[in-house]
Design a protein around this ligand. Sequence first.
Ligand SMILES: Cc1cc2nc3c(=O)[nH]c(=O)nc-3n(C[C@H](O)[C@H](O)[C@H](O)COP(=O)(O)O)c2cc1C
Length: 292
Amino acid sequence: MRKITLGDLAAAVSNSGGYGQVAASGLSEERLRAEIKKAKALTSKPIGVNIPLHRPNALEALEIAVEMEIRTITTSGGSPKKIMDRVRAAGLKVFHKVSTTDMGLKAQDAGVDGVIAMGFEAGGHGGRDQVTTFCLVPQLADVLDIPVIASGGIGDARGIVAAFALGAEGVEIGTRFAATRECPVPAYYKEAIVSARDRDTLVLGQDIMPLRALRNPVVERLADPKASGQVGLLASGYLESDGSAQTSIMPSGQVAGLIHGIETVSDLFAEWIGHAREVSKRLNALFGEGTS
Ligand SMILES: Cc1cc2nc3c(=O)[nH]c(=O)nc-3n(C[C@H](O)[C@H](O)[C@H](O)COP(=O)(O)O)c2cc1C
């Protein structure tokens, strides 16, 4: 997550059993190097780098990832074709974010190692085609020969187990990590996620570069189709704004309605693993061998 999943949060996720990523978006070369270095100092587990390919620093970020011995990167927002030669030469693995089956097929043709299927309910910048995670993941799993990671709308063990049931081989979680103790966003942002309900997000810039964010007066004004030209500009400054929950753009998924507290990353992982076992037992009782 842009300017959020930096060294501390990436390391906390990897130390808890996930695959933490340092978001390269919006970072200078020095800052990106420093955040990767920090993450590596805080964990001995692998960490990744997320590189939105449409951002001006994409190619620089890729070189830094190679130089700092990152093994797997994730990419979004643009075609992975332009980086594949470099990725292969450096022996990196790459998972590319897609929001339709056509995008998934193109990414597979380009040679990526897997796709991250991002549904319309997800927080942050998403696809224009409004395909939900529940529909996108199984369709991609059916048409692709490479692994599919589910992203969008996953906030607890039920979502994680459901994603695997749909054919995913992993999950990518955004909004839930924004409301953690380790997350460096302002307290009002975390509290706004915790108090949000299911209808409290809106999509801005639907025709240009859709961004799902928490509803407030600024976001309501920008969601007006006549204002969509301003969205890229304003959204790029969401964390710099010294504002409040009423004046800032706070990217968030619909899953905010499922988030009821600000916890530590390690507590979340422990809770998810325990609860996933219970959910699996319930499913086994319903569908396991010997049941009718
Ligand atoms: C605040 C915020 C910032 C994000 N920044 C990025 C980013 O820089 N690069 C990217 O590929 N995805 C970004 N995303 C999308 C997430 O990686 C992920 O796909 C999404 O949050 C999943 O949906 P969820 O929010 O329902 O968990 C961002 C999401 C949020 C909420």
